[in-house]
Ligand binder design. Structure first.
Ligand code: NAP
Length: 293
């Protein structure tokens, strides 16, 4: 335990995560392990930033010499007006989960989108080009997923959210940037969902359904089939009922741990310019999740 405490001196680079709450965040464990593995003189701290303090906390990053932060709930959208620049991806998605401080300037990135695509490729061997995707949820995480899928060339993305206005707004926002893609909001009704899912090759759950042990799969299980790959963003528990049910029916299915690792890996690379030690980060995440279960 004590062997992993980094030596701190005047050259130590400080990173962290802004969240409220923040105690649950796996990022300190993952990034801390990655810095140690690469032998970097860096520390990574959780910062409990109240919504009312976000502007002041963000303005303090450069003067305090903090090199970068991740940004989590509820700050991903609210932090944007306090930054100097956005990557094209963060600008499109309208949410920032990583800030890099360069020559005193605050640059916002969204690594959730790339993290999702990398995990989709690594964990499911799935490439969205030309495929039809059914996306459950139209909240913050679904936004990153919908833009990532459109950018990766998905032919059609059907979006279903309990709040139908949210699904419609997300389809409109993606369509505005990716005119050639087919985007459609689908009501959360068994028949409407069944009709669309029948023509899809990938189903993505970007709702919190599955986080509690008693949660059922967020779609009727009979809609799952061997040729419908399933990606569940829920990462705790590692095996949701949706992932289990899809596997029972012979489909490829993965939970969201890979996305969490890959979004962190992209942030690590943006900050340090070095490739992230993915295996080490995945192990640190697993250890962290075992500790909070
Ligand atoms: P969010 O902003 O609350 O959005 C979730 C949306 O899904 C809400 O609009 C919600 O509607 C809707 N919804 C809930 N149950 C539904 C159902 N059964 N069918 C259709 N829509 C439903 O949450 P979020 O921040 O996007 O996060 C969503 C999930 O993704 C969480 O489990 C989170 O932990 C996970 N996540 C994972 C990663 C990763 O790296 N693996 C990254 C980000 C998020 P109501 O508001 O009416 O409930």
């Amino acid at each position: 335990m004590f062997a992993s405490v980094p030596k701190i001196n005047s050259r130590t680079r400080i990173y962290g995560v802004f969240g409220y709450p923040v105690a649950h965040s796996a990022s300190p464990a993952m990034q801390g392990a990655a810095f140690a593995c690469r032998g970097l003189n860096c520390v990574y701290l959780p910062f409990l930033v109240k919504p009312a303090d976000l502007k002041k906390a963000t303005a303090a990053l450069a003067p305090l010499g903090i090199a970068g932060v991740n940004v989590t709930i509820p700050h991903k959208e609210k932090i944007i007006p306090f930054l100097d620049e956005l990557s094209p991806e963060a600008e499109r998605i309208g949410a920032v989960n990583t800030v890099a401080v360069r020559q005193g300037k605050l640059i916002g990135y969204n690594t959730d989108a790339g993290g999702f695509l990398n995990s989709l490729a690594e964990d499911l061997g799935f490439s969205p080009g030309g495929s039809a995707v059914f996306l459950l949820g139209a909240g913050g995480a679904a936004r990153a997923v919908a833009f990532a899928l459109a950018r990766a060339g998905a032919g059609a993305v059907y979006i279903s959210d309990l709040v139908s206005g949210k699904a419609r707004r997300l389809t409109t926002a993606v369509k505005r940037r990716f005119r050639r893609r087919r985007l459609e909001a689908v009501p959360v009704e068994p028949e409407a969902m069944a009709e669309k899912i029948a023509g899809c090759q990938l189903l993505v759950n970007a709702t919190p359904a599955g986080m509690r042990p008693a949660d059922k799969a967020p779609v009727p299980e009979e809609l799952l089939r061997p040729d419908l790959a399933v990606y569940d963003l829920v990462y705790n528990p590692a095996l949701t009922r949706l992932v289990q049910a899809a596997r029972e029916r012979g489909a490829r299915a993965a939970g969201g741990q890979g996305m969490l690792v890959h979004q962190g890996a992209i942030a690590f690379q943006l900050w340090t310019g070095k490739p992230a030690p993915l295996k080490v980060m995945r192990k640190a995440l697993e250890r962290h999740l075992r500790g909070i279960r």
